[in-house]
Design a protein around this ligand. Sequence first.
Ligand SMILES: [Zn+2]
Length: 649
Amino acid sequence: MSQFLKFECNLKTFIEELNSILKLNNNKVEELLKVEKKSYSNFVKPLQILDEKLELFFTPLSHINSVSNTDETQKVYAESLPIITEYSTKLSQNIDIYKAYKEIQSSESISLNKEQKRVLELNILNFELSGAHLNDKIKERLQEINIRKSELSNNFSQNLLNATNEYEFIIKDEKDIEGLPKSDVESAKFKEDGVVKYKFTLQMPSYIAYMTYGRNQKIREELYKAYVTRSPQNAEIIDELLSLKNEMSILLGFNNYAEYSLASKMAKNEQSVLSFLENLVKNSREQAIKELEEVQKIAKEPLKSFDTAYYSEILKKEKYAIDEELYRPYFEQTRVIKGMFKFLNKLFGIRFEKVEEKLWDDKACSYNLYLNDKLTARLYTDMEARKGKRGGAWMHNWQAHYIDEQEKEYLASAFIVCNFPASTKNNPSLLRHDDVVTLFHEMGHAIHHMLSSVKENEVSGVNGVEWDAVEFPSQFLENFAYEPKVLKLFASHYKMKERIPDKMIEKLVKSKNFLSASAMLRQLEFSIFDFTLHTKIYKGDEIQNLLNTIRKDTSLINTPKYNKFQNGFAHIFAGGYAAGYYSYKWAEVLSADVFFSVIDEGIYNSNIAKKYLEIILKGGGSSSMSILFKELQGREPDINSLLRLNGIK
Ligand SMILES: [Zn+2]
């Protein structure tokens, strides 16, 4: 019998089946709670497996809803969400489970292995971060705070959305749109009273198009000003949000929200995050100044905030741009995938073998993954764009590797979804180099999940990996998509068969690193602002003052006084990034660090690559990434690798 589940999702019976699984689960939870002498094996393990089974049943629906979306998938998906949410909220608030975990944690502290301890640790932490263990009065207040917080976040994004939608700038003079790409001109074009005009808005593609290519500085300034002064009423929301987050953190036993945020992350404390970010600022500034000088040379007058994108584009065109169309013939999809498999084989000794099975679409494929000739996992790929498929690219984990109470081994599986150009009988799917990078990135996530040898499913593969470390394996692998030794394995012209020339690879790297120090400073500005803002209560003008102080180091051009960037910083005020924006750079350092260790060993036959497989990939979420990383490298991550990766000297 196959070790892998058959991919199926019966939409007609889904809700009914879901309800009966949940009913069974609820009964089982009650039964488990009645067990007299609770232990890891008679309580935690079965509870974990209940959870896994529910996941296994639900994942095909969310997958189908993303890749073969129809009215029916939407309907069933929307119907199932509140059912699942109700079930999991009830579980996460069940204080008897929390107490049982705590008891088992102390009574079996000697006999539990590392993975089992981690499962308990993370579950207990989850309860404690939600306050489920506190007294009723505090719980009530926490609930009030949560409701108000989500209201405020929702208002924040609604205000921003309204402001974005309300604005438009109409151009009548053809001269003002000279130099814009045809497609942007076409989207802006409209007719009024028989006259052709052009409409630009604050929606991303439209705004970016004019800021990058629009030659009229006055118009750029208008648009810029409109953009950075959106939703001024959000200032009040920010004040209230920050104060509520602070109150919540204190009720939960932390000094501030930053500390609360770090409790579930890899970074140890506030100081380690801030000195990490400040160190990067110090090391990038000099090169950013040089980059700006190069852009400045092109502009005749001193650069303003609304000029940089425009003049940078001119500079890029002159010196660093690559013509994607020249690259495509070297990146034919099936060759790229085969080449990536070959690369992974040379790096880690893993092998992929195609499996014939019926999936959700004819273009979807599945592969068995072998490690040292042992069947280890299954990978599903769905590479091409089509109607009814959500845009973008992602990895979605399905089965997790674990061992059950009867010592039976379960293998892992994962999906990689991309939106590459569709192939036809006569035309192959030719990728941009960016697509190749994306594919490597998602594959990095997938092997992190699939190669896990962890025995407990809740910390196996990507499960239980800290938020600021999740992107480490994906970025690690993505870096190889710029390496000549890797590209040459598969990048050959699909018609002429000749290999991609070295010069073309060099150009890819140069183009990637164009204005990299300036981009780094910008990301660091956001990260330091976000993190510092959550270390104590900031209110009103203090927020702007904080931003101004940070900009002294991170911003090389004076930002106009009217710029209220914070009122549009949805990542942290309406998304999940509060006191966590630093994670992008954090994971990049981990990945760059290990990447260069492998490069410096000549890539293939690298010892570090083997250790990476053994410690990071097999280890999954079984330990904090700070521990795994140290085990791998014998030291802390080195920021110099990230500078090297970005070509910052
Ligand atoms: Zn990713």
